[in-house]
Design a protein around this ligand. Structure first.
Ligand SMILES: Nc1nc2c(ncn2[C@@H]2O[C@H](COP(=O)(O)OP(=O)(O)OP(=O)(O)O)[C@@H](O)[C@H]2O)c(=O)[nH]1
Ligand SMILES: [Mg+2]
Length: 141
C-alpha cells in the first residue's frame, strides 16, 4: 500500500479515516503533531490552517508516495488555496469525508472546491459506515 500523508482542516476526519482504512476501532484522539498510523503519516489540522506551518507539510510529504487532501463537506471553512496540490513533490488525491452526514449539495460543493486545489482523483467516504473505503483502498494498493 502507498504511504500517504493526510492533510486537512481540524476535525475533518484525517485520524478517523486512517483508523478505518486499517480496520482499527474508531477512537477520537486530537492529533497534536506529525504522527505515524499504520505506516501512514497523520498531521494536525493546524498544519493546514496556520500558514506558518504549511512548510512542515511540504517537507513531510517528501517521505511519502501520495498526499491526501481531505475535506469535510459539513464544514464551511475552506483553508486550501487554488493549485495547492502542485506545490507538493508527490501526487495529491482528494477525499471528501463524512459522507454519512452531508447532503448531496454539500458533497457536490465540496468536490468542486477540492478540485480547485488540483487534487485528483477525488473520493467520497464515510469512516463510520465504511462507504467508499474499498474504492480508496484499491487506489492506495
Ligand atoms: N459522522 C461521521 N463523523 C466522523 C467521520 N469521520 C470522523 N468523524 C468525527 O469527526 C471528528 C473529528 O475526527 P478526527 O478524525 O479526529 O479529525 P482530524 O482531521 O484528525 O482532526 P485533527 O486531529 O484535529 O486535525 C470526530 O469526532 C470523529 O468521530 C465520519 O465519516 N462520519
Ligand atoms: Mg487527527
Amino acid at each position: 500500500m502507498k504511504k500517504v500523508l493526510m492533510v486537512g482542516n481540524v476535525a475533518c476526519g484525517k485520524t478517523t479515516l486512517l483508523q478505518a482504512l486499517d480496520n482499527q476501532p474508531l477512537e477520537y484522539k486530537k492529533t497534536q503533531s506529525i504522527e505515524v498510523i499504520a505506516g501512514n503519516i497523520d498531521s494536525p489540522g493546524e498544519y493546514l490552517e496556520r500558514r506558518v506551518n504549511l512548510q512542515n507539510l511540504l517537507v513531510t510529504s517528501v517521505d511519502t508516495d501520495l498526499v491526501l487532501f481531505l475535506m469535510d463537506p459539513t464544514q464551511d471553512r475552506y483553508m486550501y488555496s487554488g493549485g495547492q496540490a502542485m506545490a507538493f513533490p508527490v501526487p495529491v488525491a482528494g477525499v471528501i469525508t463524512k459522507k454519512d452526514l452531508a447532503t448531496e449539495e454539500q458533497l457536490q460543493q465540496a468536490k468542486e472546491l477540492l478540485e480547485l486545489t488540483g487534487a485528483d482523483p477525488i473520493f467520497f467516504v464515510s469512516s463510520y459506515t465504511g462507504e467508499g473505503l474499498d474504492e480508496l483502498r484499491n487506489f492506495l494498493e
